[in-house]
Design a protein around this ligand. Sequence first.
Ligand SMILES: Nc1ncnc2c1ncn2[C@@H]1O[C@H](COP(=O)(O)OP(=O)(O)OP(=O)(O)O)[C@@H](O)[C@H]1O
Length: 584
Amino acid sequence: METLSYKQFVGIFTTYRPSRMLLTIAFTLSLVQTGLSLVIPLIAMDLVNLLIEESFNGLLLAGLVLLFVTQVVLSGLSLYLMIYIGEKVILRLRDDLWNRVVRLPLTFYDKNNSGEIMSRITNDTNVMKNFFIDHLVPFFTGLVSIVGSFIILFVLNWSMALLFLVIFPLAFFVIKPLGKRMYNVSRNLQQETASFQGDLSRVLGDVRLVKFSVAEKQEAAEGAKRATNLYRHGLSTGKILAVVAPLMTTTILLVLVMIIGYGGYQVATGSLSAGALVAVVFYIFQIINPLSMMAQFFTQAQKAMGATERVYLLLKEKHEGTVASVKESVRKNQHAFKGIRFSNVGFSYDQERKILRKISFTAEEDHVTAIVGPSGTGKTTVFSLLERFYLIDEGDIFYNSDSIYSYTLEEWRRKIAYVSQESPIMSGSIRKNITYGLKQPKSDHAIYEAINKANLMSDIMALPKGLDTEVGERGIRLSGGQRQRIAIARAILRDADILLLDEATAHLDGQSEALVQDALNELMRNRTTLIIAHRISTVQNANNIVVMENGEVTDQGIHEDLYKKNTLYHHLVNRQMVSNNHGA
Ligand SMILES: Nc1ncnc2c1ncn2[C@@H]1O[C@H](COP(=O)(O)OP(=O)(O)OP(=O)(O)O)[C@@H](O)[C@H]1O
């Protein structure tokens, strides 16, 4: 993994920050507050000295109290502003990430685990936020506090300032190398957290598979291994902290003992006033506190860098619109043909294996074109290319007279309704599922019409809350046939010009299948329909059948002709389809 440069790191914060004005106000407030805290010991010094002389200045005391109060109020205000800015940055970042995630091309999801992506968007952004709020801003105000305190300390009593200057930096020689280790440890820790989440979402997503494969033991062991890894990384962090924290405390104690000892001696000899010693101790604290925080700053910065690095990788991914439109568009092709035309299309998912070779066929408007072929030949891939999930390598695909790449991605996908084999259902109401992705809201009347055409009416009427019944993960489970008919109702409402249908291989019972088939016949009317066919009735009724074999189109025609002259087709119909044949 390439490492993030400081410039990119800062770049992310500046890209998503709110107005510069707000940042300036927040910074100014915390600087003023820090400045005030530098004045307080000076007043305290005068007060102590006055008390020793047994006189008292009420005005001075009132001034001190006022300063204290102002400082507290300003400190609260600036803290809130910083939190506000931090939250704003992360809000924008998460917004942007979410936006990107839904727009990333499928090629990205082929390569990345969804649980890990979730972890990046939730955990890693949190780490970034905490760094900003808890460390970045205090770092700068801390710097002001340290420098200011040192200057005053030197003016008050240079010998004590010098003493302090010699002892304290020693601690940093030990802490610095540990910072580097901390970076590696937290980087691994976050990677491991992401893997943990990745595994968890994999198991939860396919909990049925786990159960019917009796893989519980295996998964439990896998999970325990991951949890142990997390534990180990946690302990490694602990070890580093166990060295750093006592070291810091001891150093602080040492410094205090020496300063107070030496200061007490000076007070006794009369070269330092008691008030000045009080002020010196104050300033020492105002140096030590931010310093120990700064020691953490570097380790935390490293941690935040690790988190930002992964977020940055996600931000760098190109979204689908730009990938799928790379191909030069060819509008106004000469052909007057209406429908879809594949012209010498070549495609591979990766460099190693060509999946489709010189695919050419037509799917005419108002016709049903069936695609048949053995498993793994590339039929689903043809559909994916039509949906522009992936970009073709060679040739072109035309719709009517234009290349499909001459449309914007949204324009193009709105022309298509896809009823896939699995008919996925989203968590939510049936209404939400049926109207999913539609541009305009549909009236209940239109929805019921679609439901009727999809043969779903009696199913929905039987549900307690009708259209508003919750389905999917948080609601009732639908049967395979019901899911398909919901997908069909969705496609009917979508009313797209092109229909892609991946016929289910799963065995529906006769009645369910008849219902689905009826609904499909209704859906296919007046569209350009392409079907990956598994039923003999489908191929018998198709206007054109495209036979695919090993990524190539080897034949085209109508059922009767192909059945007679094409051995593969003959074989396919006899072996694969007859078993599915209910209605033919
Ligand atoms: N996302 C992907 N990344 C890499 N290879 C893929 C991907 N999807 C499919 N393939 C490969 O492409 C080839 C064609 O797959 P495809 O799903 O198009 O076949 P199919 O004809 O639809 O098969 P089936 O009838 O079994 O569904 C297969 O060898 C498969 O391994």
